[in-house]
Ligand binder design. Structure first.
Ligand code: RIB
Length: 643
């Protein structure tokens, strides 16, 4: 029966029939309306629009509106399809950005397609748009609207709680958390777990960023992966990968020095840092369960609304271990000088009775010992210093520079007779320096002061020693290191103070070329001179070569390292920076070649700025060059393999 046939039977025009069928019949008399309706009923007429709708219903289409949660939209759709296709349903998917507007718009579009049911990824109640449509919600939040209909959820908040509880259970008390802003509920869940556990557990640091790029650019890794924390919760596998590569470049071993857990799992986590433990987020299972529930609702096997949480589970891969204070507390002890540096900028260093006019003057904390201690502290080393200062304003400033940079100063004593040491540093236009040191109180550091602080030797693994102190103090320091099994790193700045019999107790001798030539005079090549030092019992010799980099010689290696690509303005303290970075890197468990490359970069950064202690890089600064350091390291390793 067509509209024309109905119109002919009722003796009206087809447009009158159409108006009545579509409810636009205000201008039509009630008598005509009733006549047309009774013919429609008698002949069981189905208007085309409704016919089309019913046909669609027969096609059994299900609308799916998804956000790309954790990049899992593809897998979720597959799970839904696997549930639906065998039951005769097909999906019409829409991936939206997750904003309420984008979801509402997608729902409107779906409505016009006359679907049988709808699966929506949202925590907003969209009942106003879905009206009489069978709808099931899925969400990664347990904070959804209470008026919302049937909902399947897995909770990122609970995932954060589960991750924190796992770490707390392992003995961690100082956690950090890095998440995308849209996943902040992970952080809130972790904080709740810490709160519940109570002191001393706390969230020591956290970072939320709009994107992974923002997290990196805003220093999220440096904020959350440092000495103040023993474990980090990563809001996604992508964040976990970034944390692992940052930790590896910073010499932080996972899990011994840092435990790591990822919220969300993926295959790549099996293969980084020996495997990363993860909270599994079963998005696919949630999608499948929601799809099956929707089909049951459509076939009226289920009518009541349901709220169902999908349980989370932990995949343990060994990236969590108890916090290891011993490993993190590998100690560095510095025994050496503390000077106030008076630096004069000159075009040329005066010679032979010449007078030069300085272009600038700077007074800044220095001294080889002080520089090495501050350098180690800035890079996150666990460092103490034994040294001697005068009771004068310089002494107070030098002391403050140590404490400002996390150096344990229990071994620093104030001399009641002598002034603090001073160094007069001349810098020429190429950044090269010449130094005259007035030792002052430094010379009164003696063996008795070392004995007073013997406990620092007992606790230490490395002792950084330089020779602007008395020969007696230097010799005592080496003997105490020997007694307490501490590895000595010696900068032989004043060779006359070094009894050659002590060389056999030196693990790392780090001279520049001039110093090497004073220890082994003559025209022999570097390789031979360093070889002779090995014969005298030195374990490793590293000759710093300024712009040409450095040379490492030990029983296994003979390697030239290029310098880092920086332009020097003031080379003062470059070697101190090198030595402190080497010690920190080794103390954090890195192997020697990597540590030398790391030290090369630290020294390179230092000489780009005037002064020393101000110019020494901290962990954040050297972190900027992490990938360059790794590249140089890989290159040197592959060259080594070839030879
Ligand atoms: O190595 C540089 C240092 O040598 C300067 O800070 C100066 O004090 C001298 O000790």
């Amino acid at each position: 029966m067509t509209i024309q046939e109905i119109a002919a039977l009722a003796n009206v025009s087809p447009s009158t029939v159409s108006k009545i069928v579509n409810g636009k019949d205000k201008d039509i008399s009630e008598t005509t309306r009733q006549r047309v309706l009774s013919i429609i009923e008698e002949y069981n007429y189905v208007p085309y629009s409704r016919y089309r709708k019913d046909e669609r219903r027969k096609q059994r289409l299900i609308g799916v509106i998804l956000k790309d949660v954790y990049s899992r939209a593809g897998q979720m759709l597959r799970s839904m399809e696997q549930a639906m296709i065998p039951r005769g349903y097909n999906l019409i998917p829409r991936i939206v950005d997750g904003s309420p507007e984008s979801i509402a718009e997608a729902v409107r579009q779906m409505q016009s397609l006359n679907i049988s049911g709808l699966l929506i990824c949202s925590d907003q109640d969209l009942g106003a748009y879905t009206a009489d449509l069978n709808t099931v919600y899925i969400t990664e939040s347990n904070d959804f609207s209470s008026s919302q209909g049937s909902t399947f959820y897995l909770s990122l908040y609970d995932a954060g709680k589960l991750a924190a509880a796992r770490l707390i259970g392992e003995g961690h008390t100082r956690l950090s958390c890095i998440v995308l802003k849209e996943h902040s509920s992970i952080l809130y869940g972790a904080e709740e777990a810490l709160r519940r556990h109570g002191e001393p557990c706390r969230m020591e640091a956290w970072h939320t960023g709009e994107s992974m790029d923002d997290i990196i650019a805003e220093g999220g890794l440096e904020d959350c992966v440092n000495d103040s924390v023993t474990a980090v919760i990563c809001g996604s596998p992508e964040i976990a990968r970034a944390v692992c590569s940052y930790a590896s470049a910073a010499g932080i071993c996972i899990p011994h020095m840092l435990s790591v857990i990822s919220i969300g799992d993926e295959t790549s986590l099996k293969y980084i840092s020996g495997g990363i433990t993860a909270v599994e987020l079963p998005f696919e299972e949630m999608a499948e369960r929601a799809a099956l529930y929707l089909l049951d609702t459509i076939s009226q096997r289920k009518s009541a609304e349901a709220t169902k949480s999908v349980p989370l589970s932990l995949v343990d891969r060994g990236s969590i271990s108890p916090p290891a204070p011993a490993a993190r507390e590998t100690n560095i002890l510095v025994v050496g000088s503390l000077n106030m540096d008076i630096t004069l900028e000159l075009s040329d260093i005066p010679v032979d009775g010449e007078t030069q006019i300085a272009g600038g003057i700077l007074t800044l904390p220095g001294g080889k010992g002080g520089n090495q201690a501050v350098g180690s502290g800035k890079l996150g080393g666990n460092v103490s210093m034994i040294g001697r200062l005068g009771k004068d304003p310089d002494g107070r400033l030098l002391h403050k520079s140590l404490t400002d940079n996390q150096v344990n100063v229990e071994g620093i004593e104030f001399d009641s007779v002598n002034d603090s040491g001073k160094a007069f540093v001349y810098i020429d236009r190429n950044g090269e320096n010449t130094i005259v040191v007035y030792p002052g109180a430094n010379l009164c550091l003696d063996g008795r002061q070392l004995v007073r602080h013997e406990s620092l030797f007992q606790k230490s693994n490395y002792c950084l020693l330089s020779l602007e102190i008395s020969a007696e103090a230097a010799t005592s320091a080496i003997q105490m290191c020997r007694a307490h099994n501490v590895q000595v790193m010696l900068k032989p700045s004043a060779v006359d103070k070094l009894d050659s019999s002590l060389l056999s107790h030196i693990h790392y001798l780090i001279p520049n070329e001039r110093e090497l030539n004073r220890i082994i005079p003559g025209e022999l090549p570097l390789e031979e001179k360093t070889g002779m030092l090995l014969e005298k019992g030195v374990r490793n010799v590293i000759v710093t070569l300024g712009k040409r980099g450095c040379y490492l010689r030990n029983s296994e290696h003979s390697i030239y390292f290029p310098s880092a690509p920086f332009t020097a303005v003031d080379t003062t303290g470059g070697a101190d920076s090198f030595i402190s970075a080497l010690a920190v890197c080794l103390s954090q468990g890195q192997e020697l070649i990597y540590s030398v490359v790391y030290a090369t970069y630290a020294a390179g950064i230092t000489v780009t700025r005037y002064g020393v202690q101000e110019a020494l890089p901290d962990r954040k600064t050297i972190g900027i060059y992490r990938s360059d350091i790794e590249k140089m390291y890989e290159k040197i390793i592959s060259q080594e393999k070839e030879t």
